[in-house]
Design a protein around this ligand. Structure first.
Ligand SMILES: Nc1ncnc2c1ncn2[C@@H]1O[C@H](COP(=O)(O)OP(=O)(O)OP(=O)(O)O)[C@@H](O)[C@H]1O
Ligand SMILES: [Mg+2]
Length: 256
């Protein structure tokens, strides 16, 4: 099982990137996969064309609220994260033909994701279904790295935007991931669609990390997002998709 995590600053193109990786992995037959949305804004579901509510699925935060607040469940005895594991798989997991999907949801208690994170972590550790890929879409910022939803990662992708802050982000993301002992195999830098060529040329020099290339600007991506259409339906000739396809093949995600 390959675990891929995307990080980056706000609006750099993380969720689009994850979705295009999903499209690519479907195309090469690397299914089933599990998509994990850690962002409270929950954009990933829409981009991959699912509506959790319509599917009758709940986020992990909602399941925790149901169990421990509304039903007055007691937290004595079994650790809440353990008690949640089966519930997550029964009521939180959307199962599709190519991928399954689970979302952490909004903040459980203001300022702290400890409980939903612990529940998700436990559930992920207890995965019985064998996924070929697990893809994690992160919120902007780096706080979630401390949350250590998964401690084992194969590829970490930092999607940058055209700013000095993006370079700081890379440095900090790399350092924090090491500090909190996320055991990652590769750390790659990917340029978001707004990064100009001049900046691209500097990435490797400045970061000393492998740079994979840029996700091309694609007006269809904008259009699909605006109308709420799934990016999985983009034509294979989509410039953004083609760049992701190339970059994935380059780092060895080819056929299974
Ligand atoms: N390759 C692209 N071509 C054109 N527009 C794009 C592309 N990638 C992303 N966008 C635009 O940028 C917006 C933000 O992209 P996306 O949601 O992927 O960023 P993000 O990093 O996940 O944002 P957030 O930090 O809010 O989670 C999209 O809604 C879309 O309009
Ligand atoms: Mg996002």
């Amino acid at each position: 099982m390959e675990r891929l995590v995307t990080v980056g600053r706000g609006g750099s193109g993380k969720t689009t990137f994850v979705t295009l990786m999903v499209k690519y992995l479907i195309e090469i037959g690397a299914t089933p996969m599990l998509l994990v949305d850690v962002d409270p804004d929950q954009n990933l579901a829409e981009m991959v064309g699912i509506d959790l509510r319509k599917e009758g699925k709940k986020t992990i935060s909602e399941l925790l609220i149901d169990t421990f607040i509304e039903k007055g469940g007691t937290t004595v005895g079994v650790a809440p994260s353990e008690r949640m594991e089966s519930q997550i798989w029964e009521m939180g997991l959307y199962e599709g033909s190519n991928f399954d999907f689970v979302a952490v949801g909004t903040k459980f208690i203001e300022g702290c994701y400890c409980l939903p994170d612990a529940a998700l972590k436990k559930a992920l550790e207890g995965l019985t279904k064998t996924y070929k890929y697990v893809l994690i879409d992160s919120p902007a910022g780096l706080e979630h790295l401390n949350r250590r939803i998964t401690s084992q990662v194969d590829d970490m992708f930092d999607v940058i935007d055209p700013s000095q802050k993006s370079f700081n982000h890379i440095e900090r993301a790399y350092r924090i991931a090491k500090e909190v002992k996320i055991d990652f195999k590769n750390f790659y830098v990917v340029a978001g669609y707004r990064v100009p060529e001049e900046l691209e040329a500097e990435v490797e020099k400045r970061t000393k990390l492998p740079y994979l290339g840029k996700i091309a600007y694609d007006k269809d991506v904008e259009r699909y997002v605006l109308t709420g259409k799934s990016l999985l339906e983009l034509p294979n000739s989509s410039p953004a998709y083609m760049s992701v396809k190339k970059l994935m093949a380059e780092v060895g995600h080819k056929t299974i």
